[in-house]
Write a protein that binds this ligand. Structure first.
Ligand code: SF4
Ligand code: SF4
Length: 462
């Protein structure tokens, strides 16, 4: 079987054409993502807007760059994301107004992006389209956010980073979780899967680790449950499994406050990844084949997802941008690149260094306990793409035309100033400098300069 093609350009830059913005625009065409868009198409540009106070989301210009090229293809883009479950106490994306506040705070505004921003599953996250998945591995149905399901084309524009449950979040997760409505997300948490006694998605409670009313966070823990399923008394934590809908709010609150009463059994993590691939497949089924392109920025590779309201130092140096028409190939390539990269000193709060993880090791497995490749093997089995890929490394051509191609204006901007000043006829007023005596050695009073004329001459004398 032919390998899927994945285009890649690295994060380093030495000239105008090598800005990551310019490389992303180039890759959009190199990978043929322009072919996904016909003039007049409504095009969803799916991003993760990030939690309030998150400091490692994608920067708006990296998204605007792609919006501009969707428009250049004649598409009608809208940048989009979905609401979330109340999975943590101070969640900023439980409804559309809170989510837009977070998006705007991160700079994802219509002005910065150059197009509308739409919360794809509506005001409270229940505007969706049901997709049956008779061949799903775990899920037999999914609920795709309606603005995504009804778009003509989509650019799945992901931030490559870790995730505390799915190990890695890239192109698959950006639509597998991020393209689902609230009930789609509940379903992926395996809320309707098995009986409460054996449902693997239920948080694993250790009542003996709960301090009950003595826990400083017990009120926050109870108030954080939208289903009012938690009671905390002197004997500790009690969950009403008939009411619980598996949002994970209590588990995350307990974890974030440094307690260990609520957790997950290890087998839960692969199941979560497989369900996520089922749900991503449901999103792809809402598009005509060939109408979805995939891009991943592997920069600011935090151990945690953009759904976490803070960020640590990244696990590795910035890698670059990837583009492909194969969702499985692109995520495989990004994960391989992240694993091959050196550990960034101090990254992931030092956990990788402390664990002796080296370049080439599975970084996210070391962080979460489960390899992120469950989502890839599941997606490949579902026929979504191939883990066999060929990397095509792209370097921008060093030509005058290409340097100018993605600049703010196609000509050197000094020409605009030249014309303005000519029209205003007061250059002398703007530059009132007079020649004056100048001591060329004055800097030596403040320090020495390696490679200065005097140092070179002195070295040659020796
Ligand atoms: S008890 Fe269930 S519904 Fe309530 S916060 Fe915990 S996981 Fe969510
Ligand atoms: S945060 Fe954890 S330890 Fe505290 S009350 Fe809730 S379950 Fe118990």
């Amino acid at each position: 079987m032919a390998k899927s093609k994945v285009w890649f350009s690295d994060a380093n830059a030495t000239n105008w054409a090598e800005s990551l913005v310019c490389k992303a625009k180039d890759l959009f065409y190199e990978a043929g993502l322009n072919e996904c868009i016909s003039p007049g198409d409504s095009v969803a540009v799916k991003i993760h807007v990030g939690e309030y106070n998150r400091t490692r989301t994608l920067r708006p210009e990296l998204v605007a760059a792609i919006v501009e090229e969707v428009k250049a293809c004649g598409g009608r883009p809208f940048v989009t994301d979905t609401t979330t479950l109340p999975y943590q106490a101070f969640n900023s994306r439980i409804n559309a107004t809170l989510e837009l506040e977070s998006a705007y705070r991160h700079g994802f505004t219509p002005d910065a992006l150059g197009c509308p921003i739409v919360i794809a599953d509506g005001f409270s996250g229940d505007d969706d389209v049901r997709v049956d998945l008779p061949d799903g591995i775990i899920l037999k149905e999914a609920y795709v956010a309606s603005a995504i399901a009804t778009a003509d084309a989509m650019i799945d524009l992901a931030h490559g980073k870790g995730h505390p449950i799915t190990s890695y979040g890239g192109a698959i997760k950006n639509i597998g979780i991020g393209g689902q409505s609230k009930r789609g997300k509940f379903l992926e948490h395996l809320a309707h899967w098995g009986e409460p006694a054996d449902a693997i998605g239920y948080p694993l409670s250790d009542p003996s680790a709960c301090a009950g009313l003595k826990c400083d966070f017990h009120k926050q823990c109870m108030d954080g449950c939208h289903a009012e399923a938690i009671t905390i008394d002197a004997n500790g934590f009690h969950r009403d499994t008939d009411k619980c809908r598996l949002c994970y709010g209590c588990q995350v609150t307990c974890l974030f406050t440094g307690h260990t009463s609520q957790g997950f059994r290890p087998e839960y993590f692969p199941y979560a990844q497989i369900a996520m691939s089922d749900a991503a497949n449901a999103v792809l089924k809402t598009f005509v084949p060939g109408k979805v392109g995939f891009m991943v920025y592997a920069i600011d590779v935090d151990a945690n997802c953009d759904c976490i309201p803070w960020a640590a130092n990244p696990v590795c140096p910035d890698i670059g941008v990837f583009a492909s028409k194969d969702i499985v190939a692109i995520d495989t390539a990004v994960l391989d690149a992240i694993d091959a990269a050196p550990i960034l000193p101090g990254g992931a709060n030092g956990v990788l260094e402390d664990a002796g993880v080296k370049a080439g090791d599975d970084k996210f497995q070391a962080l979460v306990g489960a390899t992120p490749r469950f989502q890839l093997t599941a997606a490949q089995k579902l026929g979504m793409g191939s883990m066999e890929y060929e990397i095509i490394t792209y370097e921008p051509p060093m030509t005058r035309e290409h340097m100018a191609k993605w600049q703010i204006r196609p000509e050197p901007t000094a020409k605009y100033l030249r014309d303005i000043w000519k029209k205003r006829k007061h250059v002398q007023e703007i530059e009132p400098f007079k020649r004056t005596a100048f001591n060329i050695n004055i800097y030596k009073e403040y320090g020495s300069l390696p490679g200065s004329t005097e140092e070179v001459a002195a070295a040659e004398d020796k």
